[in-house]
Every structure is written in structure tokens, then in C-alpha cells.
Design a protein around this ligand. Structure first.
Ligand SMILES: Cc1cc2nc3c(=O)[nH]c(=O)nc-3n(C[C@H](O)[C@H](O)[C@H](O)COP(=O)(O)O)c2cc1C
Length: 366
């Protein structure tokens, strides 16, 4: 694994993997989604050393000045994660992580300390590292708890310090198992109003706001309505995991990427005007990352692929992040390099000034 893999790929193959995430130009499109793999400074350091492009910190549950959290139920402590195979509806075998925990389960002060580290890394150019928050989501007839938005955002901005603060707002996957998530009108209202609530709470602090959309328990046309409702975000992360009502857990695998890609392609076909897109869900190869790119995503954020049994990565040394990146870039059939060369051969992608550019795949009509 070359130390600067993106630089090496550019020199050796004339492939420019540069990508974008929440207004940042990044050397390649692979980042880590929020979750159990971004809980502390050591994990960030490992990811920096491995050459990951960006990391989203675990989602913290918003609180007001008195420490009240309307989404308290999300701050449960659960450590056991099970990485297991999951076959899709069409019997394609993939991987999922079964876990019943939800948001950050330590103190807000601890989270702010992690945000300080993330901000230093981001400013130094070593790794873009971004906080993630779950703010209050009211029922249809309730107002937003603005005190929670204001307090949490101000404290995060204080910890972040200089420069625009990047932030993902999580509409959590397990939310799909919540009664609240059954109300279509309520969901559309959240998506329309939450960006404004967060920006109001930020006041003068310059903010780059990514909205991470869930897979609601409705059909695909409703996913499109959700996308269209969220035009005020600076980026949309599409889409968090599916919900298995029988097992009472969120899940991934091929059902997830296939549904996500169907919805993103439908949005493209309809020419929906959307903020920049980031893909998430079963990115288990460079080729799947390229599928998301062709559906409009300028980068991708992964979780499950960083958790596979070690024997499944072909690299036999390095951190898990490094081994995963190695496969995503260099796998001879499914890697980004192989996939982009195939797209060139198929005349989907054309060289510009002698180079194949990842971002050329993401161009949307609108
Ligand atoms: C164990 C686990 C915990 C997660 N926790 C969060 C979270 O706190 N906030 C969030 O926005 N997404 C969370 N996610 C979702 C991931 O960031 C990612 O978007 C999703 O799993 C789809 O990507 P994947 O198929 O590569 O895992 C979590 C996922 C897993 C598997």
C-alpha cells in the first residue's frame, strides 16, 4: 500500500480520484460514516495514518443548558456488535452489523474534547473529521425545542473554534423503528425545517450542514419526496440503513445499496435539484463506490466494510482502515482503479488532459 495512495494512482494510472465532501476537496472519495468506529482520538489517528479522506464522529444527542435531552432514549449504552453475513431479497450475499445501541453514550464534555481534536486535524489538512448530532425531532403538532438546538450548536462551535464548522445532522436508522417515523407529514416537516433550525442556532458561526437521511418505512416515491424536501442542506448523505421489523434491528447489505441507488437514479432521471450528494450503504468495493458516483455522489461514507473479518481483506498487514482502503483502491476486479479503467473502455468516462477524473462521473444534469 503506497503511503499516498491517491498520488500514486494519479502518477501510475493517470486517474484523478479527487472528490468532495461537505465543501472540502478531498484526495479520494472514501470516508468513514458516523458510528462505533469514530469514538476517540486513537481511532482518528489510525484513520489519518491510513490515509482515509474523512471521518464523521459518532452522533451525539443534543441537550439544552440544563442537560435535558429530548432524544434521551437514543443515548443508550450497548457495546456488542455482531458482524454477520446477510443475504438480500434476491439472495445476494453481503455483510451487515447487528447492533442495538444508538447515539454517543458518554458525557457531552467528552464529546466536545473529541470535537477539539477533530477540528485540529481538519484545520491541519491531515484528515477532515466532522461532528454529528441528533437534535430534537418534534411530533407534527409540537414546536421544535430551540433551546436544545441553540445550546448544543453553540457548545460545538465553541469547541470547533476557527473556520466554518462542518456538521452532519443524523436522522438515525433506528428512528425508522420509532412510532414518530410513521408520520409522513412529520418527516417532511423535519426535513424542510431542521436545516433552518440548525442555522438559526448557529447564529453568526459559519456552518456547513450535511443532512444524513434515513430510509423511511415507506416506499421509494416517498424517499424521493424526502430528498426534494431537504434542498436547504449543504450536502445530503443518502441513505442510512434499512429496518428489519421482524428482528427489530437496522441492517445493510445489498438490499440497502440497491434501494439507495434506485432512488438516487430516479432523482437523477427526474432532474431533481439537490444539494451535493454523499453516498452511504453497502459500499463494499470500489465498484459500488463508482455506482454511487454515477448516481450523483461526490464521495461515500462506509461503516460495515471497515469491520469485516480480517481474513476477507487481501492485505495481510496494516490497520483495518488501511486494509479496507487497499481493497477499495486496488482490487484487480472490483477496485476503483479497475472500475474506472473499465468505464473508460466502455466509453462512459473520457480522459481530460490525459486523466480520468472521479468527479466527472458525478456530474448531474441540473
Ligand atoms: C454499529 C453501527 C453504528 C452506527 N451509528 C451511527 C450513528 O451514530 N450515526 C449515524 O449517522 N450513522 C450511524 N451508523 C450508520 C453508518 O454510518 C452508515 O451510514 C451505514 O451503516 C451504512 O453504511 P454501511 O453499509 O457501509 O455500514 C451506524 C452503523 C453501524 C453499523
Amino acid at each position: 500500500m503506497p503511503r499516498d495512495a491517491a498520488g500514486y494512482i494519479r502518477d501510475a494510472y493517470r486517474i484523478d480520484l479527487r472528490a468532495r465532501y461537505l465543501g472540502y476537496s478531498i484526495p479520494h472519495p472514501i470516508g468513514k460514516g458516523s458510528g462505533q468506529l469514530s469514538l476517540n482520538a486513537d481511532q482518528l489517528e489510525t484513520d489519518r495514518a491510513a490515509g482515509l479522506a474523512f471521518v464523521v464522529l459518532k452522533t451525539v444527542i443534543a441537550e439544552d443548558a440544563a442537560g435535558e435531552r429530548s432524544m434521551e432514549a437514543w443515548a443508550i449504552h450497548e457495546t456488542r456488535m455482531k458482524v454477520e453475513p446477510r443475504a438480500s431479497a434476491e439472495d445476494r450475499s453481503g455483510w451487515t452489523v447487528t447492533w442495538k445501541g444508538r447515539g454517543w453514550d458518554r458525557s457531552f464534555e467528552d464529546y466536545l474534547a473529541l470535537v477539539r481534536t477533530a477540528a485540529d486535524l481538519t484545520r491541519s489538512g491531515a484528515l477532515v473529521a466532522v461532528p454529528s448530532v441528533k437534535y430534537h425531532l418534534p411530533r407534527v403538532d409540537e414546536p421544535f425545542r430551540t433551546a436544545e438546538y441553540a445550546h448544543t450548536t453553540a457548545r460545538l462551535a465553541g469547541a470547533w473554534g476557527e473556520g466554518p464548522m462542518p456538521l452532519e445532522k443524523d436522522f438515525s436508522p433506528t428512528l425508522a423503528g420509532d412510532r414518530l417515523a410513521d408520520e409522513r407529514a412529520g418527516i417532511l416537516r423535519w426535513l424542510r425545517d431542521v436545516p433552518g433550525e440548525v442555522r438559526r442556532a448557529a447564529g453568526d458561526v459559519p456552518l456547513r450542514l450535511g443532512i444524513k437521511l434515513m430510509n423511511a418505512r415507506f416506499d421509494e416515491p416517498f424517499q424521493l419526496e424526502m430528498l426534494a424536501a431537504c434542498a436547504a442542506a449543504d450536502a445530503l448523505v443518502c441513505f442510512n440503513r434499512l429496518w428489519d421489523p421482524a428482528l427489530g434491528v437496522a441492517f445493510g447489505g445489498w438490499d440497502l445499496s440497491e434501494r439507495n441507488l434506485r432512488v438516487l437514479r430516479a432523482a437523477q432521471e427526474r432532474g431533481l435539484r439537490l444539494p451535493p450528494l454523499v453516498g452511504t450503504g453497502n459500499v463494499c468495493s470500489g465498484r459500488v463506490a463508482l455506482d454511487y458516483a454515477r448516481a450523483g455522489c461526490e464521495s461515500v461514507e462506509l461503516h460495515t466494510f471497515f469491520q469485516l473479518p480480517l481474513a476477507l481483506y487481501s492485505a495481510s498487514v496494516g490497520s483495518r482502515t488501511q486494509r479496507a482502503l487497499h481493497a477499495l483502491f486496488f482490487h484487480p476486479e472490483d477496485g476503483l482503479v479497475a472500475g474506472m479503467l473499465d468505464l473508460e473502455e466502455a466509453e462512459v468516462l473520457h480522459r481530460q488532459d490525459g486523466e480520468l477524473r472521479f468527479l466527472d462521473l458525478c456530474r448531474r444534469e441540473t
